[in-house]
Design a protein around this ligand. Structure first.
Ligand code: DSN
Length: 427
């Protein structure tokens, strides 16, 4: 069956591939923590005629004619997102979260300046100074990490080590401190970052790529009052189109706009910006707050059920939409790569991930990252996530037996059939 959104496509090969992807997305479990199901309105705006228009520049200051309507579209997106987060200024043009982060560095810093950010293997993002990222070629990164593992449930370890952040800040006097992560299951409090930054005269960027939807929905603290700049993606918990955005204090507005265009990008993707505008409106609805709270409740139920199946959770649990699973307690020989591949065969889509101080390489890993944002959109609740933990454990225990994997895959398909993501959207 083809996706209901592809009726206009006159290209058999592409339609066939989209039908296959529709079947995959609706008959297998989407547990990648950075993914979601965008609404039909977001999809339609993203596929609109605005893709036809070149609009280098910003509303009222374009380098091409014919942008009267496009100006209104981009202004609408900017107004909606500044209202959503209570920010002074917004730039909605970044094509991705990585672009947004690099534009912030370019706007706030000189080449060679020092940035203090979270190390990749401790939960940070590539653009937080990984040697593999261009960011580390232009700026000097110093990395903070998490506290050691500690199995006391009242004082969990593997949480951001603020003593380490402060010590490094005092020793290296960074120009910018980055808060935010890509594989970290705990709430990130912006206040200690601001306090440490003030002590050493640094600026603060909060990378809210993962938790922007939780912030918009009120499930996580809003970093905007504490950070100079907040950069984020629009397609993860925020449930919009694939892309990035930056909100900031007014004093950084001009520099950020110049860094995005012409600093990094050419023509903005106005169809994507229209889809972002739709998503920002959706995220401002009361139902989105319920959604954000349910994402977290589902993640906590999922975590408890995974622990019940013998898995260990990095940092002992979750306060957001994701869980970082240390596979070694479940099976000392099971790598993240092997687990991801076995789960794929069982219809459960996840990604392998390094865990803090992982003895294995980033290509193999000892961890698995899972998230609840997408299947919560599809209507799944705590009971279903409990069931999913059991299915994952069965698939991984029986990973050498194709009959076990096929049986789990069948049960996954039955579960997904009862929770079609596109049945839950009413507009
Ligand atoms: N790829 C994103 C994620 O999965 O977290 C980060 O860039």
């Amino acid at each position: 069956m083809a996706s209901p959104f592809d009726a206009w496509i006159r290209d058999e090969e592409v339609v066939t591939l989209l039908a296959q992807e529709w079947a995959r997305q609706t008959s297998t479990l989407q547990l990648i923590a950075s993914e979601n199901f965008a609404s039909p309105s977001v999809l339609a705006a993203g596929g609109s005629i605005l893709t036809n228009k070149y609009a280098e520049g910003y509303p009222g200051r374009r380098y091409y004619g014919g942008n009267a309507v496009v100006d209104e579209v981009e202004d609408l997106a900017r107004r909606r997102v500044t209202a959503l987060f209570g920010a002074d200024h917004a730039n909605v043009q970044p094509h991705s979260g990585a672009n947004a982060n690099v534009a912030v560095y370019q706007a706030l810093l000189e080449p060679g300046d020092t940035i203090l950010a979270m190390r990749l293997d401790q939960g940070g993002h590539l653009t937080h100074g990984s040697p593999a990222s261009i960011t580390s070629k232009y700026w000097h990164f110093v990395s903070y990490g998490v506290t050691p593992r500690n199995d006391d449930p009242d004082h969990p370890g593997e949480v951001i080590d603020f003593d380490n952040v402060r010590d490094l800040a005092l020793a290296h006097r960074p120009r910018l401190i980055v808060a935010g992560a890509t594989a970290y299951a705990r709430r990130i409090d912006p206040v200690p970052f601001r306090e440490i930054a003030d002590e050493v005269g640094a600026l603060v960027m909060f990378d809210a790529a993962h938790v922007a939807g939780l912030i918009a929905g009120g499930a996580h603290p809003n970093p905007v009052p504490y950070a100079d700049v907040v950069a984020f993606t629009t397609h993860k918990t925020l449930r919009g189109p694939r892309g990035g955005a930056i909100v900031s204090r007014e004093e950084w507005a001009k520099r950020i706009d110049s860094a995005v265009f012409p600093g990094q990008q050419g023509g903005p993707l106005e169809h994507a910006i229209a889809a972002k505008a739709v998503a920002f409106r959706e995220a401002a609805q009361p139902s989105f707050s319920q959604y954000a709270a349910q994402i977290v409740a589902n993640a906590q139920a999922f975590g408890a059920a995974l622990v019940g199946q013998g898995f260990r959770l990095v940092s002992g649990g979750t306060e957001n939409h994701l869980l970082l699973v240390d596979l070694r307690d479940f099976d000392v020989d099971l790598t993240g790569k092997e687990a991801q591949e076995a789960l794929d065969r069982a219809g459960i889509t996840t990604n392998r991930n390094t865990i803090p101080d992982d003895p294995r390489s980033p290509f193999v890993t000892s961890g698995l990252r899972v998230g609840t944002a997408a299947q919560t959109t599809a209507g799944m609740r705590e009971a279903e996530f409990g069931q999913i933990a059991g299915l994952m454990a069965r698939a991984l225990r029986g990973r050498g037996d194709e009959a076990v994997l096929a049986q789990v895959r069948g049960e996954v398909a039955d579960l997904c059939a009862a929770f079609n993501p596109y049945a839950s959207f009413t507009s």
